[in-house]
Write a protein that binds this ligand. Structure first.
Ligand code: RRO
Length: 311
């Protein structure tokens, strides 16, 4: 029997596929659609201290090869998502979940994480260090000093299972430096990658989205090679206790297989989920199982991280 079950930290999941933060996760209704699908879990939209309307529309566009977005962190406020995942965990049949969070300042991030620490929530937490779309707020994880300062403070009070959502890095030295920072902390996982920040897509003579004169985060086919490189670079560098979640350019079972081959323990779907809807989880799961069957793999452990190099 071929299985796509997986584990992150002490949590087990019947399926390694789930949504990526930002897609199908703004409201309880959307999250319940993912919960009812073949996905192994869901992650919430990144919640901030206070609810936010986000950037002006149009702020998302599908393109031939993927998507561009400058949503601007619209969300119902972290308490909305914390209440929902806490409520769901009372159901013994509930899947384990991921609560995505970040503050608009370091103080806000600590206020939110202290509230989560004090809450009854027992699931996983993803700290988003890579939002590319809030005007005037750079992506935190491109600043290694700030990243280390935040995590140093967080782990003075935070004891729940925490991971970080990372932007793509593009230089080997940056992989080394980032991994050296993350290896100092008892992180449960890193999630590679968020969208490739600040791309520009043009149709005829005009940009596709309104905020930031058309600049936005790129997802979909464009980003798969970058995502795979980041998953594998961190798989090679991180302490084995820090697991990798692979996100970026997954729209087929083959794409998910490649993420796992590069070292991913869980695989998230963003742009393709937006384009196809939650039925995508069933399709990609069966495609992934067919590949495993053909290769004689029964579990993800049979091939996770076992990427071949040329001699
Ligand atoms: O809301 C967004 O604009 C957004 C976020 Br928080 C993020 O982490 N990644 C992204 O592509 N968009």
């Amino acid at each position: 029997m071929v299985s796509t079950a997986t584990k992150i930290g002490s949590f087990t999941f019947d399926n390694c596929l789930m949504n990526a933060a930002g897609v199908y996760c703004m409201t309880r209704e959307e999250l319940l659609e993912i919960e009812a699908s073949a996905a192994g879990s869901f992650v919430t939209k990144t919640g901030t201290l206070n609810a936010r309307p986000g950037n002006p529309e149009p702020r998302y566009a599908d393109t031939l090869l993927g998507s561009i977005n400058s949503m601007g962190l619209p969300n119902h406020g972290y308490q909305y998502y914390l209440d929902f995942v806490t409520e769901l965990q009372n159901n013994p049949d509930s899947k384990p979940h991921f609560l995505s969070l970040v503050g608009l300042s370091q103080d806000e991030t600590h206020t939110i994480l202290k509230a989560v620490e004090a809450s009854d929530y027992k699931g996983l937490i993803e700290l988003n260090l890579s939002c590319p779309n809030v005007p005037g707020k750079p992506q935190i994880a491109y600043d290694f000093e700030t990243t280390e300062a935040i995590l140093t403070e967080v782990f003075t009070y935070f004891t729940k299972p925490l991971g970080v959502k990372l932007p793509p890095y593009f230089d080997i030295v940056h992989f080394d430096q980032a991994a050296a920072v993350f290896n100092k902390f008892p992180l449960t996982f890193v999630n590679c990658i968020n969208s490739i920040g600040n791309g520009l897509v043009i149709e005829d003579e005009t940009v596709l989205i309104k905020p930031k004169n058309g600049f936005g985060g790129i997802g979909g086919d464009y980003v798969k090679p970058t995502a795979l490189a980041n998953v594998h670079a961190f798989y090679q560098r991180l302490n084995p206790s820090i697991q990798i979640i692979g996100t970026g350019g997954v729209k087929t079972g083959r794409d998910a297989f490649e993420h796992i081959l590069c070292g991913a323990s869980m695989v998230q779907i963003g742009t393709a989920l937006h384009q196809e809807g939650p039925a995508i989880f069933e399709r990609i799961t069966s495609e992934l199982k067919a590949i495993m069957q053909e290769k004689g793999y029964e579990t993800l452990e049979d091939f996770r991280g076992k990427l071949n190099y040329l001699a």
